[in-house]
Each structure stands twice: as structure tokens, then as C-alpha cells.
Design a protein. Structure first.
Length: 241
């Protein structure tokens, strides 16, 4: 596997992707990773129409764009991973409390429930949620300053300390109510698996707001950018709105 990673020096999302692919290349001789600073190689960026970073190419094909963890990269490479994970999740015993969402609210619910001695599961698309994308946090009382990834890691460590079952990288797609009083509630996942609980807490959190101008979705990460620090260097000297 030959990977090329386009990044910018001011991008706070790029280091995670660069480090993950570099580590994979160090550990696996069949993987080769080349890191390219987009602001320096403008002609190459324009030729490949790279308009957002980090952007990863595998050979001549775009592999992925945006922040990714090493777990997400490996899962994308392993085409059978989703089916195996779905089977594994579906085989889990029902939880006393099943929480959908792994942000601050979901983490708090998990800690409080687990402290009562009941069996807790947390299904999260990305543990920590949107806070992972926050650069600086200075309004969390008792903590003078931290950043999103550190805060998310602290949330996960706190939840794991109470032995809650964290099912990360799992997107919930549907909720099937219990068919009888006291029955089990089923949460269907995007990979085809499902998990069940006697009680389900939905803490799906917030999402970035769209401007809703014509062409925004069609040109997302292809000219429509959301991070001036990450993507700004790619548009140096060009007209922007």
C-alpha cells in the first residue's frame, strides 16, 4: 500500500493522520507513506485538486479526507472488518443501560450508571464527539486550559475506570422499541450489527451547522472549507468568500 498524505503546517487535524500512517509504515514493510506539505507543493495540489487537508491518496485514488484515527484507517483497509465487528457486537449480552453517544453527556451518563453497579454499554461513532475538534477549552470550571483531544481522552479514561463497555466507531442508525413492558430495546448499527438494552439513553450531541448555500454539499472539501488554519494555505493568493 502506497499512501500520500497532503497536509499543512497550521492544520490541527493533520498530525493524527500523518502519525497514524507513518506508524503503520514503520511497523509494516508493505506500507509506504509519503507526507506532502500542501503550501510548498502548490502545483501538485492544484493538479490533484486537493482543496482540504488532511487528504490521503492510495496510489492515484483518493483514500480519505479529514481527521481519522488509526483504528478507522485499519478498518477501511480491512474490507471484512465491518462484518466481523457486527457479528461480535450482536453477540453481546443485553445491557442494563445502553448509551448512544460518547460525548460529555454520554460519558456522564455512563459514569453515573456504572457507579450504581449496573452493566453499562456506550455506542459512539467517535468517542468524545464534536469536542475532539475544539482547539482550546478555557471555560471548563476547575481546569484552566485544555484542548479537545485531551478532554475527550480524559472522558474515555473516566468511563473505562468504571468498566463500562465502550463500543467506539459505531454509528447508530435505528432504534427498535421494546414490544412489551420490560422488554429489550434494540439499537441497530450502520455495520449491520445491533446491541440491546433494558434502558437506552440517547445523547447524540451537537453537529456543525451548514450555511445552506447552493453548492455547499456538492463542493464540501472541494472548494468549500471549514477550517482556515487547515485549508487556508491551499488558497493562498486566490479570491475567497
Amino acid at each position: 500500500h502506497d499512501f500520500e498524505v497532503y497536509m499543512s503546517l497550521s492544520c490541527h487535524n493533520c498530525p493524527d493522520v500523518v502519525q497514524a500512517l507513518s506508524l503503520m509504515a514503520i511497523l509494516n514493510p508493505k506500507i509506504r507513506t509519503t507526507v506532502i506539505e500542501g503550501g510548498t507543493f502548490q502545483a501538485e495540489v492544484e493538479e490533484r485538486e486537493v482543496m482540504a487537508v488532511p487528504m490521503v491518496f492510495q496510489g492515484e485514488q483518493m483514500f480519505a479526507s479529514g481527521r481519522m484515527t488509526i483504528e478507522e484507517i485499519v478498518a477501511k483497509l480491512d474490507t471484512g472488518a465491518a462484518a466481523r465487528e457486527a457479528e461480535k457486537l450482536s453477540a453481546k449480552e443485553p445491557f442494563d443501560v445502553l448509551i448512544v453517544g460518547g460525548g460529555p453527556a454520554g460519558s456522564a451518563a455512563a459514569v453515573y450508571a456504572a457507579r450504581k453497579g449496573i452493566r453499562v454499554g456506550v455506542a459512539a461513532e467517535r468517542f468524545g464527539g464534536q469536542v475532539n475538534d475544539t482547539l482550546a477549552i478555557e471555560n471548563y470550571i476547575s481546569v484552566l486550559e485544555t484542548d479537545g483531544p485531551k478532554f475527550a481522552a480524559a472522558l474515555e479514561a473516566h468511563v473505562r475506570a468504571y468498566e463500562a463497555d465502550i463500543m467506539n466507531l459505531q454509528r447508530a442508525e435505528a432504534l427498535v422499541p421494546a414490544t412489551e413492558p420490560g422488554g429489550l430495546i434494540e439499537v441497530k448499527l450502520a455495520n449491520g450489527g445491533s446491541v440491546k438494552g433494558r434502558t437506552v439513553i440517547l445523547s447524540t450531541g451537537a453537529r456543525w451547522r451548514n450555511v445552506n448555500v447552493p453548492g455547499e454539499q456538492e463542493y464540501k472539501n472541494k472548494g468549500v472549507a471549514y477550517c482556515p488554519h487547515c485549508d487556508g494555505p491551499l488558497f493562498k493568493g486566490k479570491r475567497v468568500a
